[in-house]
Design a protein around this ligand. Structure first.
Ligand code: NAD
Length: 374
């Protein structure tokens, strides 16, 4: 409740700052959900991987209308004890990485949210699917498109849903830009620029180990510019070129990209120019240019508040906790068949993985790599 009060305060503060009427972000979101089902079913989730993002998601779920954190999967018993106490999780809903296949026989868990290092997602999601539970998986969904497709296939075969944690697909200012673009308010889209990066700290962390990360900045943060280019332009890219720069070979070893610039071409003739880096701070910016207008967002994909200007004035949609809205919307997708404005399904994740594969290939060959995202 404390967090919820904070949202409402933040929402009205921001509304005052932008001189628009105060809005209740949660009522807007919950109305959407409540009208889609007469008796909304609660999504009972177990979180796998109780690290920094898992902790953020757990906190955000406390404010959800129709999602409940009911279980954990962890290799650290002390964390399980702490989470059990904090969130009132029963012992029978706690698993470790060896025994979590037994979630199959637990009727009190509907879905498992995989929030572990990237290189573990594929096997873990496939095990979740085989246990007959819906899988929510963090980005990047896998370390390459082939693995991502195997996850999609396994979930299909098991008759469960696979959703990727693309929280920006539910963020109100982002959705407003998509609405403007679809309504023709920006005219023909010509150009997108995405800048995604930060200076990564601890050189011993899993993000800098290829077997666990699958790559460096591109897998972790560059993916926001890739995904953003697609939902901001509203088309699928047909080619990509890329160039890599590495200034610190000790910290960024073989298989870990430090800085990559990449360009993508789209069927309409629109182009995107993007930067992904682990070596520069304050890089979280999207710019979209059309024949009738423009949008500039900064921050564009951080935890918020997302801020932006357009040729018509500032973006002033309600400020929300991204993960709270994401999880409530995912409950509606899973139980009510709701179609989100921008998909978060496994196939959506595979498209980004195909682009990442092509970017790495373009870096290697120095050429233009064609893309067929279907
Ligand atoms: P983290 O290091 O804070 O947490 C990872 C968790 O996985 C830890 O609890 C760790 O104990 C556990 N783990 C299990 N097996 C492990 C192993 N073999 N090696 C290392 N850790 C292991 O990382 P994080 O920041 O929480 O990231 C986890 C996932 O969430 C990544 O895929 C990341 O890309 C994603 N993420 C998404 C967002 C977002 O905004 N959507 C933000 C941050 C992270």
């Amino acid at each position: 409740m404390k967090t919820r009060r904070l949202f409402l305060q933040k929402a009205s503060l921001s509304a005052m700052a932008f001189a628009v009427p105060a809005l209740n972000p949660l009522s807007a979101m919950t109305n959407t959900i409540n009208t889609s089902a007469k008796n909304p079913q609660t999504l009972r989730v177990a979180i796998m991987g109780l690290g920094s993002y898992g902790t953020r998601v757990a906190e955000a779920i406390q404010d959800c209308e129709r999602v409940k954190l009911v279980g954990v999967i962890s290799g650290t018993p002390s964390k399980v004890v702490a989470w059990r106490e904090k969130y009132g999780i029963p012992e029978k809903n706690c698993y470790n990485y060896e025994n979590f296949d037994a979630v199959k026989d637990n009727p009190d868990i509907d879905a498992v949210y995989v929030i572990t290092p990237n290189g573990l997602h594929k096997d873990q999601v496939i095990r979740v699917a085989k246990a007959g539970k819906h899988a929510i998986c963090e980005k990047p969904m896998a370390v390459n498109a082939e693995d991502g497709q195997a996850m999609v296939d396994a979930c299909k075969a098991a008759g469960v849903q696979l959703l990727i944690g693309y929280r920006m697909h539910f963020e109100p200012n982002t959705l407003e830009v998509i609405r403007m673009r679809k309504a023709g308010e920006l005219g023909e889209i010509h150009f997108f620029q995405g800048l995604s990066g930060f200076v990564i700290g601890d050189p011993t962390q899993w993000r800098l180990k290829p077997e666990l990360s699958g790559g460096g900045a591109m897998m972790d943060i560059g993916i926001y510019s890739i995904n953003g280019a697609r939902y901001m332009i509203g088309e699928e890219p047909i080619w990509v070129t890329a160039q890599e720069v590495k200034t610190n070979h000790e910290k960024f070893k073989e298989g870990i990209d430090e800085t990559i610039t990449f360009q993508m071409g789209f069927p309409s003739g629109a182009i995107a120019s993007c930067l992904s880096t682990y070596n520069m701070n304050n890089l979280d910016r999207f710019y979209l240019n059309g024949s009738k207008g423009w949008v500039e967002m900064q921050p564009s994909t951080g935890y918020g508040p997302i801020k932006g200007e357009t040729h018509k004035g500032p973006l002033s949609e309600p400020i929300v906790t991204h993960q709270t809205v994401q999880m409530d919307e995912m409950a509606a997708i899973i139980f009510d068949g709701k179609e989100p404005e921008v998909s978060v399904n496994g196939e959506e994740g595979v498209r980004d993985m195909k682009i990442i594969d092509a970017i790495f290939k373009a870096v290697e060959t120095g050429g233009k790599v064609p893309l067929n995202l279907g």
